[in-house]
Design a protein around this ligand. Structure first.
Ligand code: SF4
Length: 508
């Protein structure tokens, strides 16, 4: 078995059989997109999706590597990508979607927003000499096709076990746990502080990357399986884990990492300065799906500054641009400020490319020092200092260092802070027996056996790993569901995962 990459840019040197050679010479094709000038005026999805013919051609580019296929290894949920792509090239997208759904509860979401370039497509052998096969776009294509033409297939539910589980969190980990446990015959109720199910997929990810209708359809599918959703319920305040444990056999904590990090700078509490979540929620989500205190658009004006360098910062600038164009500032300025260079930016290159196409400006090697307000307490300016890069720090990236005497100010009527997320401390404070780590995340034994220090209370996803991806939360949620199922079967004593697996194998 040979997984050596062929030489870059020279497919003619590939040592491939004739079928693979032909596949290797098929040109890559991207799905069509909305024109940047048009799309910055609306919140509709940027990508318009493959049609059937384009999808077949793109799927044919897969050269079907011998096992273990690198794309499968690169995918956190280990989708059987070559098999799914084989169905697509044979003109059977529904069968392709069924393959993705075997391992992924949210293929239409992951196909759109996974950073494929560092996951499945980053591992794709074709990337050694051409653009990788567009695995994510094909996953979205076939799962969309299935959902729109025949619906998400129902799942067989095992006979009722009589066990009840409370899942906390409407996000990807919570939805994956809920679905997998329901299929195993348990009764599931999912709680969240937000009114509309979907968590960050509805409230955090703008509609131009992921249509909210897709999440609604997935939630309707879960409801059809018998899962119940209860919104407007902040666990730790409206109900406690202790109270939930009284009526349930186990509780799953999947609250994610939703608290924005502060800038810790003078003037941060001025009006017109938003945390990214509030700005995105108020800018993107229909008012009827918002809590009463958030039912108004965020402020915007001709100059909007976003501070940060990840995908959330790109979501904010692109939302800000759409708000400007829709509400009277078509030539407004939206700038992202980042303290390192573009090379160190943690977000996706594709997101930055889309932002630039939509007219977003970038300022690198700058860091805010303070926010300056007017007499009404509203932000008007930001003072920055210029930075230079020094040796790498613990994050592995070059450490930014201020350049003395380089300070300058810029005008801004609105500032958005997109400085990363942490776990809401309320849950740990309100839940005796569940312990935290020094990073403020929930402590669990390990990802295969994610029980907290409190028997019967499990956790997985961003509240355990810190802010991460939808696909990693989905993968963690699936593992948690299987560990919880074992716990629900053998919960008379605290048994470790290995023992539980042995018991399950023996069907004790
Ligand atoms: Fe790639 Fe993400 Fe789909 Fe896995 S879930 S195949 S990483 S797009």
């Amino acid at each position: 078995m040979n997984h050596e990459l062929p030489p870059k840019e020279d497919p003619n040197t590939l040592d491939l059989d004739p079928d693979r050679y032909e596949r290797a010479n098929i040109p890559a094709g991207e799905p069509p997109k909305q024109d940047p000038v048009k799309r910055r005026r609306n919140f509709n999805e940027v990508f318009l999706g493959y049609d059937e013919k384009q999808a077949v051609v793109e799927a044919l580019r897969c050269i079907h590597c011998p096992s273990p296929e690198p794309c499968i290894l690169g995918c956190p949920v280990h989708n059987d990508i070559p098999r799914a792509l084989m169905f697509i090239e044979q003109g059977d997208p529904v069968a392709g979607a069924n393959v993705f759904r075997q391992t992924n509860n949210l293929p239409e979401v992951c196909g759109r927003i996974c950073p494929q370039e560092v996951l499945c497509e980053g591992a794709c052998t074709v990337a050694g000499y051409d653009k990788p096969v567009a695995i994510g776009k094909l996953e979205a294509y076939c799962s969309d096709y299935q959902r729109n033409h025949v619906g998400i297939p129902s799942r067989e539910i095992a006979p009722a076990t009589g066990k009840r589980v409370a899942v906390i969190g409407f996000g990807p980990a919570g939805l994956a746990v809920a679905e997998e446990l329901r299929v195993l015959g348990h009764e599931i109720v999912v709680y969240d502080a937000w009114p509309r199910p979907g968590g960050l997929m509805v409230y955090g990810i703008p509609g131009f990357k992921l249509s909210k209708r897709i999440i609604d359809q997935k939630v309707a599918h879960l409801e059809s399986l018998g899962i119940r959703f209860v919104g407007d319920t902040l666990v730790g305040q409206d109900v406690t884990v202790d109270e939930l444990l009284q009526g349930n056999d186990a509780v799953f904590l999947g609250v994610g990492a939703t608290h924005g990090n502060p800038a810790r700078l003078p003037g941060e509490d001025l009006h017109g300065i938003y945390q990214a979540t509030e700005f995105l929620v108020r800018g993107n989500v229909p008012v009827e799906d918002l809590p009463k205190n958030m039912r108004a658009l965020p402020e915007f004006g001709p100059r909007i500054a976003v501070i940060g360098g990840g995908d959330t910062a790109m979501d904010c600038v692109r939302t800000a641009k759409r708000l400007q164009t829709q509400h009277g500032f078509p030539d407004g300025d939206v700038t992202v400020y980042y303290r390192r260079t573009e090379n160190e930016m943690p977000g996706r290159a594709e997101e930055r490319m889309h932002a630039r196409q939509e007219g977003i400006q970038f300022e690198f090697l700058v860091s805010p020092v303070r926010f300056i307000g007017d007499t009404n307490g509203h932000v008007r300016q930001i003072e920055f200092e210029k930075m230079r890069l020094r040796a790498r720090d613990v994050s592995g990236r070059p450490r930014p260092e201020p350049i003395p005497g380089s300070n300058y100010t810029v005008e801004a009527q609105v500032v958005v802070l997109a400085l990363g997320y942490k776990v809401d401390p309320l849950l740990l404070k309100a839940t005796p027996g569940v312990t935290g780590t020094k990073w403020g995340t929930v402590h669990v034994e390990n990802e295969d056996d994610p029980m907290t220090a409190r028997p019967g209370v499990f956790a997985a996803g961003d509240d355990v790993r810190g802010a991460d991806l939808v696909v990693t939360a989905t993968a963690a949620g699936r593992k948690a569901a299987y560990a919880m199922n074992a716990w629900l079967k053998y919960n008379s004593a605290r048994t470790d995962i290995k023992t539980r697996r042995v018991l399950e194998t023996l069907r004790v």
